[in-house]
Every structure is written in C-alpha cells, then in structure tokens.
Design a protein around this ligand. Structure first.
Ligand SMILES: [Zn+2]
Ligand SMILES: [Zn+2]
Length: 239
C-alpha cells in the first residue's frame, strides 16, 4: 500500500531520459533500456578504462604509475548520457537512480565479483560538510543496494574523508594527487575498525584519473587490507 502510494506521489524518474518511467513501476523506460551499454574491449588491464590500442595491455597512466589498488572496473563509458544521469543523481536529488545503477552493476559484474573473495564493500566517502549539504553520499547509495544483492556487508563508515578537498574536476593529475594527500582515514569508531578486512571492493560513481581510488586504496592497504578492487559506474576514455 505504502509503496503504491509513494509511487503515485513520487513516480520514479528514468536514469536515462529523466522523464517519469514508462511503463510505471520500472526503474528505466522500455525505450531507454538499451541506451547505456557496457564498456567493451580493448580495456586497460589495470584501471579498466577503454583504450584505443588492441596490442597494449595498459593505458599510458597505468604503464608508468603504480596505483595502490589492484584492479579497477567500470560499467559504462563516461559519455553525454551517463554524465547527465550521474549529475542528476549527484546534484539534483535523483536518489532513485541508485537502484538502477546497482542493478546494472550486479548484472554485469556479479560473476566476476564472486571470484574476488571480497570481505566488504566500501563506498568512497564524502566529507561530513558535503554530506550535510547534499543529504547523501551518492557512492554509498549504490554500495548499499549492491551489497544487499551480493550478500556482502556494506562497510559504509569504515573509510572517512577528513579533508574537504576542492573539486577535483578542474585539476590536472599531479594536483589531484596532492589535493588528496591525507584526505582519507580509517574511522576508529567503525565496527569494522578492528576486523581484518582481507579484500575490499571500493565503490565510486566516476573513474577519471584514478587519484581518488588510489588515495582511498593507500589508506586501506596501510591498514592491512590485502587487495583493493575498485568498481565504478562510468569511466573516461584513456590514452
Ligand atoms: Zn527513459
Ligand atoms: Zn589504465
């Protein structure tokens, strides 16, 4: 009853076209279903971004820089459609998109994740101040639903952001890394604090240069985690 009422009062928006989902009750319109398609080969073996060369194993960045995470995967190319969708999700309060995002991640990566022997999911945290203004951490919304699908805990408070860094999007890779120095820490009040978390699946919305995933992974590895895998919804094309 409550569900029907909520659906009547606040009909779900489509993550692709942003109109009310048709037919009602779905997470995406029938006509929008096949618009966002998963990334395809060739992909960088380390960061999972799309590369142009079919002969090289790594993108230019991964060939010269050794990231702290073990491997990263993303679902969609970061194109006009995914960028617009994620911007609405992040800045326009479209929290309901998380359900579609998590569904698609599950559909595409479930068998791969089951082989990674993951202990917990950890969403990339946002700073407390940002959490108050935005009302939610977009990565945690996805991580929370995905963890239930995967039957794994979502250690949402394990990693915290202790530095309210300036927006990363306007910075070059070196400045991004500097900007993130000491930005993350393990939360000593988390119930996972004294537990050995062997392998972690770090969840984020967008993979750009890898600097955020890298900074988070460093903290996680310093605290004893053996493997950190990164799962993002969309990633930019690599060189
Ligand atoms: Zn639609
Ligand atoms: Zn790469």
């Amino acid at each position: 009853m409550l569900k029907i009422l909520t659906e009547l009062l606040y009909p779900k928006r489509c993550p692709v076209c942003d109109d009310i989902v048709l037919p009602k009750g779905g997470l995406v319109c029938d006509s929008c279903r096949d618009i966002l398609m998963p990334l395809h080969e060739p992909l960088c073996y380390k960061c999972g971004r799309q590369i142009t060369s079919t002969t090289l194993e790594f993108c230019e960045t991964c060939a010269k820089y050794d990231f702290n995470f073990d491997k990263a995967f993303s679902l969609w190319p970061y194109n006009d459609i995914s960028r617009t969708s994620l911007a609405r999700f992040k800045y326009k309060g479209r929290r309901e998109f998380a359900e579609y995002y998590a569904d698609k991640l599950y559909e595409h990566f479930e068998s791969l994740i089951s082989k990674l022997n993951i202990s917990v999911l950890v969403p990339v945290p946002i700073h407390q101040n940002r959490l108050i203004t935005r009302g939610y951490n977009q990565a945690n919304l996805i991580s929370d639903i995905l963890s239930k699908r995967l039957n794994l805990p979502n250690a949402s408070d394990y990693l915290i952001r202790i530095k309210n860094t300036e927006a990363q999007k306007d910075l070059d890779p070196v400045s991004r890394r500097k900007n993130l120095n000491n930005a993350f820490a393990i939360n000593q009040n988390s119930k996972y604090y004294n537990i050995h978390l062997k392998n972690i699946l770090l969840i984020d919305d967008i993979y750009t240069t890898g600097s955020t995933a890298d900074a988070c992974s460093k903290v996680l590895k310093d605290s004893g985690t053996e493997k950190v895998y990164v799962l993002c919804l969309a990633s930019v094309k690599a060189n």
